[in-house]
Design a protein around this ligand. Structure first.
Ligand code: ADP
Ligand code: MG
Length: 356
């Protein structure tokens, strides 16, 4: 089996293809954006809407196995073809809505999120809280921190939003885990993340994390991946405060915080994902210490020319996704490097991360 269809043609699809070609695989990609950055890597690139049932059906008939690189496809259009979609559609059904996602997570034994209510609920929450759209939010979009009730827009108090307790001073971690169609599971070391304005800025493998917190996060991720009967790479984002572990959200796909696995691990999350969906034997995973990933956003790109020409480059791996527009706060690339000679701070002087 070597013909893989990918729903979504962004940078995640692109990095899946780059790994997959080394494995002798071929890819066809489906994305509504004719300029999607993975286009040049697809054998066939289908430009159609994600709601176009006949086109989706045609795409499905032309490929052997499927993956999705984002979670906002209508699951009912894929229902008939789940045997070709190792990630399954339960993950789509439950996780594309923050409310059903949180309900799902809190039903699992010993797993919890921070307190939340539907924005339309009679139940009130004290400030500070965050009001978030239930659907289609990413990179902090569609969410607003409310510290004074006077700032809360009344028209947001509908079923389309949830209100979530804002927890100050959290640490953020993610677990990137792969589960093969054979049921075999492998996980990377926990990844410590720093966000700026809701957008991931920095990730690094965390080796000094309390052992019981690490085990809790891995065990919770395993419960989630198994409950979803999901095969592929999946990422769970966690908040940690005072030794308490909360699930923030679950991404049923390869994840930005896992990009450092390309250089800082013996197997990248993209290769692991392909090994999982193809039912291959999974490798033991090794992770390197002191390795960092910094995201490059659209407004950083003028500085990227500096990076490209800078002395820094010789010790960094610079990934540029080749997007056609470099909008502010949009992820357009990332850099990984071993933090020697204060390189982390030098890179951060050039790459500023999330701005207003
Ligand atoms: P997205 O889907 O945009 O990634 P998240 O819910 O993960 O949305 O929020 C993005 C970031 O905003 C989080 O990684 C975290 O830094 C911050 N954040 C979100 N919810 C909370 C919260 N309840 N308490 C504290 N920080 C939060
Ligand atoms: Mg998030």
């Amino acid at each position: 089996m070597s013909n893989i269809g990918i729903f979504g043609g962004g940078q995640l699809a692109k990095m899946i293809c780059i790994e997959g070609y080394k494995m002798g695989l071929d890819f066809n990609i489906y994305d509504p954006n004719p300029m999607a950055c993975s286009k040049s890597l697809a054998n066939n690139f289908y430009v159609n809407d994600f709601l176009d049932e006949p086109k989706i059906t045609e795409f499905i008939k032309e490929n052997d196995v499927f993956t999705y690189e984002f979670e906002n496809i209508n699951p009912s259009l894929l229902e008939k073809y789940t045997d070709k979609i190792p990630q399954g559609i339960d993950a789509l059904k439950l996780l594309q809505d923050r409310f059903t996602e949180k309900e799902f997570i809190n039903k699992l034994d010993g797993v919890k999120t921070v307190p939340y209510v539907l924005a339309s609920s009679e139940e009130k929450m004290d400030v500070p809280f965050i009001i978030k759209t239930r659907r289609n939010g990413y990179d902090g979009k569609g969410q607003f921190l409310i510290t004074d009730l006077a700032d809360l827009k009344q028209e947001m108090l509908t079923d389309d939003y949830i209100i979530e307790k804002y927890i100050e001073g959290i640490e953020e971690y993610s677990i990137v885990m792969g589960r093969s169609t054979t049921g075999e599971i492998k996980s990377y070391e926990p990844i410590k993340n720093i966000h700026k304005k809701g957008i991931l800025h920095q990730s690094t493998f965390s080796f000094d994390l309390d052992k019981s917190i690490k085990e809790k996060m891995i065990e919770k991720t395993r419960m989630i991946i198994e409950k979803l009967n999901y095969s592929g790479v999946l990422c769970v984002e966690f908040f940690v405060k005072n030794n308490e572990v909360f699930v923030n959200e679950v991404a049923p796909r390869v994840h930005n915080s896992g990009h450092l696995t390309i250089e800082a691990s013996n197997v990248s999350q993209f290769k692991l994902h392909l090994q999982c969906i193809l039912g291959m034997k999974l490798p033991d995973i090794l992770c390197r210490k002191n390795y960092y990933m910094i995201n490059i956003l659209g407004h950083d790109l003028k500085n990227i020319e500096d990076i490209k020409n800078a002395e820094l480059l010789k010790n960094c791996n610079v990934h540029i996704y080749g997007k056609k527009s470099y909008a502010k706060n949009r992820k357009v690339g990332h850099i990984t490097f071993e933090n020697k000679d204060n390189l982390l701070n030098k890179v951060k002087d050039i790459v500023v991360g999330g701005v207003e």
